[in-house]
Design a protein around this ligand. Structure first.
Ligand code: SAM
Length: 295
């Protein structure tokens, strides 16, 4: 059984990069009238307490969201993608203090258009987290427009691609693939499913989060994704954020990336502007870097 629980990591630097990129991508996709199928293959529990037992253990939001919030107090203007991210978090915290952190399913549901236009399909395999996700989503009363399944997200997605046509006849999908990489085979699995998904539905927007750690398979993953996108003649974007390691600060994830296939044309500029603020705000030691490259 998996031991990874996202509650230990909610609001950390990797979530900051992942969720800013996710929201900026969605903002653009939502400008088109036609409905879209939104899929989160590895959803987690959906909502996390930043003052609860799990997050306190790692206190990872201290090096992520909270550090960003403190740095922003000194700025006169905040880039739009960061502002959007913080506004979404605020909407879950009406009392002002950030106690609840919305994970990807809740950020996606905030931006989707209900009126039966968009559909959100969520997958989570962990027994406890899938139960929490189901009860968190049930409170939204969203009916069939949002579904939660305790299934392997990699496999389940195959049944959803290509997505059904919207009322205007167009087929659109955005997929977030955010595994915990607890199992070494997750790295090759991501590459092989992306190859398959691009065959099934080549115009979908695919966002893959990956850790940057000293393991050959982790190092190889963004390269493989780049090759697969180039082979399929699809544009891509790769955003990375390394906060660096401070003295006496061992272990723990300090860098990650978001690889986006078929990104909106606006994304590169948006993420670059966001990272120009997020990077210096979260950087803390040797090895810090942030960049966006694209095809
Ligand atoms: N996407 C979430 C967010 O941004 O808020 C965080 C997800 S967390 C990094 C990864 C989740 O994937 C964990 O909750 C884990 O239990 C789940 N998981 C692992 N393997 C899975 C699989 N094959 N299918 C679906 N969920 C899986």
């Amino acid at each position: 059984m998996f031991s990874y629980r996202h509650a230990f990591h909610a609001g950390n630097h990797a979530d900051v990069l992942k969720h800013i990129t996710l929201l900026a991508t969605m903002r653009h996709l939502m400008q088109k009238e036609a409905g879209i199928t939104l899929i989160d293959t590895h959803s987690g529990a959906g909502l996390y307490r930043l003052d609860g037992d799990y997050s306190q253990k790692g206190a990872e939001a201290e090096d992520g969201l909270f550090k960003l919030l403190a740095a922003l107090e000194k700025l006169d203007s905040i880039p739009e993608p960061i502002e959007d991210y913080l506004e979404q978090i605020s909407s879950f915290n009406p009392n002002g203090q950030a106690r609840i952190y919305p994970g990807s399913p809740f950020l996606m549901q905030r931006l989707m258009r209900h009126e039966s236009r968009d559909r959100l399909r969520l997958f989570e395999l962990h027994p406890t987290d899938s139960k929490s996700l189901m009860s968190n989503i049930a409170q939204l009363d969203a009916g069939r427009s949002i579904t939660v399944s305790r299934e392997d997200g990699f496999e389940a997605l195959k049944k959803l691609l290509p997505p059904p046509a919207s009322a205007t006849g167009s087929k659109r999908a955005m997929v977030l693939i955010d595994p915990s990489y607890e199992i070494k085979s997750d790295y090759s699995k991501v590459a092989s499913v992306i190859q398959d998904y691009l065959k099934r539905f080549s115009t979908g927007t695919y966002l893959v989060w990956y850790p940057i750690i000293p393991r050959p398979e982790a190092h190889e993953l963004p390269r493989r994704l780049r090759t697969l996108s180039n082979q399929a003649q699809k544009p891509w974007l790769n955003a990375t954020l390394a906060i660096g390691r401070g003295p006496g600060d061992e272990g723990g994830l300090v860098a990650s990336g978001m690889f986006v296939i078929n990104p909106p044309f606006t994304l590169k500029d948006q993420i670059r502007k966001a990272l120009d603020v997020v990077g210096p705000a979260l950087a803390r030691g040797t090895g810090k870097s942030w960049q966006v490259e694209s095809s």
